[in-house]
Write a protein that binds this ligand. Structure first.
Ligand code: AMP
Length: 120
């Protein structure tokens, strides 16, 4: 399935954002990934980073997803800078599945900061 079809068939709220059906406060976008501000921020600055291709969570990532996931990780410093997270640093979190409380079944990384966070 190509990326266009994958996005068309994405039933999650992030699919709606990728199709432009609901708005998002975008921080960064390229052909493989999208970053936007979380609608219910859990820190002063809270942005999400998603691959445009739907991968449900990291348990479902396949060897052929390595390029997308590597690209996403490599773009984190640039996205953090655009979001205003460089000076103070940030936390990068991905909830994977029920035990982690994942709500949206489309892999996403939370970038949290803008203030001192509670230690994990
Ligand atoms: P998780 O609990 O790890 O699945 O995180 C899902 C995140 O998506 C939560 O922090 C939500 O606040 C966020 N979220 C849900 N809907 C939207 C939306 N329309 N725009 C931005 N963030 C959203």
């Amino acid at each position: 399935m190509d990326l266009k079809q994958n996005i068309e068939n994405n039933p999650t709220i992030f699919g709606k954002i990728l199709r432009g059906e609901i708005p998002a406060d975008k921080v960064y976008e390229d052909e493989l990934i999208l970053s936007f501000r979380d609608i219910q921020p859990k820190a002063k600055i809270h942005v999400l980073v998603i691959p445009k291709k739907r991968i449900v969570d990291l348990r479902e990532a396949k060897p052929e997803d390595a390029e997308i996931l590597g690209h996403l990780m490599a773009k984190i410093p640039e996205i953090a800078a655009k979001a205003g997270l460089t000076a103070g640093g940030f936390r990068l979190v991905a909830n994977n599945g029920d035990h982690a409380g994942q709500e949206v079944p489309h892999l996403h990384y939370h970038l949290l900061g803008g203030e001192e966070l509670q230690k994990l």
